[in-house]
Design a protein around this ligand. Structure first.
Ligand SMILES: [Fe+2]
Length: 473
């Protein structure tokens, strides 16, 4: 008789211990707890022919979005493919999905994980990988709808139900359904307060609604649930820093950077992204950052030739530009231009979004703010194609607003700032941006009037001179 995992999914394994180990590793992955890789490696050491173990390991590598993880991803997929003859259809679906990712077709990979889910709606691994895949692909609607499609098949009696609610909460938030997102996130946390993804979904709601004091309390009061021994803690610290940033508390933001977002010289790309994004936002505000860019740019420099995922590359470019690394910045740009002509999903992301954003950052770095703004204006509407959340991509709008203000593009700067204030009127920073944009407009009008006055004065002087000068003979 075929064995099943603890959600009722068929597993081709012959050892129940392997399946139990898989279930435990999946729980770690769902909650970003401990060491899921170590857990599954221990299972595979005992049972090297455990197909779902190899699929799980492949999924872990895939969702890291790291070029450095590709060799391990290939190794796991090849191991699973060698065992495909004894695998069941669900497992073969996982193998095909991970193989598509290796081939650079991220969209097909996510679609294939989704196909597994259609037949096995309680496949927690397929669901989480597809959910994160939707995030990498910027598929906001699928962040919500994919989870919605399987939710009726889950209930409190199924292990991991709370995590599914947490995923749904995030999808609802990315689709702007803030009230339902918060309600669903809180329901997930009622089942498991240590669900960092559900906490994160509610933090996103508070970020998007500009509920800054509440957002700070939300994350600070629960930090003991989501921070200790958690692989996602850096990102929730980042969200807390965003709340303080909007209030203009730069010392607190820097403290959170040092102690939460980047407490160690990590080389984990997801952590590097948040570090770059936070420092760049401070950089836009002209904050003093001490020596923080240098070690971050050093770490990014080791990845300058990867161009694995455009979203990562743009965050590397921020560090290179802000730290004055001309050589690395130009090298990365050249790599991106070459990468855009190669195949795969990332080529699309690079050609449509990554290159324009990188050129805009370079322009900002050389204080060519007009060019920066001109480059960002068209790309802001399609930037979701290279993934990330609305909160992360807001950095593009912030850079555009700052560039337009510094360039003296008064109507544009004012329109962008007014847009921000209209959407999030409780944000003190948005009002600061609007005030600065209005000053640009006032100064420009003043300069125009002064110029007009100067021309009139010259005309008057010339007329007076002519009146005094005897007519030419
Ligand atoms: Fe987030």
């Amino acid at each position: 008789m075929a064995l099943h995992d603890n959600r009722g999914n068929p597993v081709s394994a012959t050892r129940q211990q392997s399946i139990d180990g898989y279930d435990a590793a999946l729980h770690l992955l769902h909650g970003y707890y401990g060491d899921p890789l170590g857990a599954i490696d221990a299972v595979l050491a005992e049972d090297p022919e455990f197909v779902m173990g190899h699929c799980f390991r492949a999924a872990l590598m895939l969702i890291s979005s790291e070029a450095a993880a590709v060799p391990a991803l290939v190794q796991s997929v090849e191991a699973a493919e060698r065992l495909a003859g004894r695998a069941n259809d669900r497992e073969r679906g996982h193998i095909a999905a991970a193989r598509a990712w290796i081939e650079g077709d991220f969209e097909r990979a996510v679609w294939l994980y989704g196909s597994v889910l259609a037949d096995h709606p309680r496949d927690g691994l397929a669901l989480q990988v597809a959910h994160l895949g939707d995030f990498f692909l910027g598929q906001s609607r699928m962040l919500r709808d994919r989870v919605a499609s399987v939710l009726p098949r889950w209930h409190t009696g199924v292990p991991g139900y709370g995590f599914v609610l947490g995923m749904h909460a995030f999808g609802l938030e990315e689709m702007g359904e803030y009230a339902r997102a918060e309600e669903t996130g809180r329901a997930a946390l009622a089942l498991n307060p240590r669900d960092p993804w559900a906490t994160h979904a509610v933090a996103h709601v508070m970020e998007m609604q500009g509920r800054h004091p509440e957002g700070i309390r939300w994350l600070e009061d629960s930090s003991q649930d989501w921070s200790p021994d958690n692989g996602f803690a850096f990102h929730n610290w980042w969200h807390l820093a965003l709340q303080y940033l909007d209030l203009g508390d730069h010392p607190r933001v820097l403290n959170l950077y040092d102690e939460g977002v980047r407490p160690h010289a990590s080389n984990v790309v997801l952590e590097l992204i948040d570090a770059s994004a936070l420092l760049w936002r401070l950089h836009l505000r002209g904050a003093s950052l001490g020596d923080r860019w240098r070690p971050l740019a050093d770490t990014w420099a080791g990845r300058v030739d990867e161009t694995y995922y455009a979203f990562n590359d743009v965050h590397a470019m921020m560090a290179f530009v802000a730290d004055g690394r001309q050589a690395e910045a130009q090298r990365l740009l050249s790599n991106l231009e070459r990468r855009a002509n190669e195949g795969g999903t990332n080529a699309m992301m690079t050609s449509e979004v990554g290159i324009a954003l990188s050129r805009a950052l370079l322009a900002f770095g050389r204080e060519d703010y007009t060019t920066c703004a001109q480059l960002l204006l068209p790309v802001r509407f399609i930037a979701h194609r290279f993934g990330g959340s609305h909160a992360q991509r807001d950095l593009i709008h912030l850079t555009l607003t700052e560039a337009a203000t510094r360039a003296g593009m008064a109507p544009l700067a004012q329109a962008l700032a007014e847009e921000r204030v209209e959407i999030k009127p409780t944000s003190p920073h948005n009002w600061t941006l609007l005030q600065r944009a209005r000053m640009v407009a006032i100064n420009r009008r003043g300069a125009e009037e002064a110029q007009l006055h100067s021309v009139r004065a010259q005309h008057t002087a010339v007329s007076a001179l002519r009146a005094l000068t005897p007519a030419a003979a």
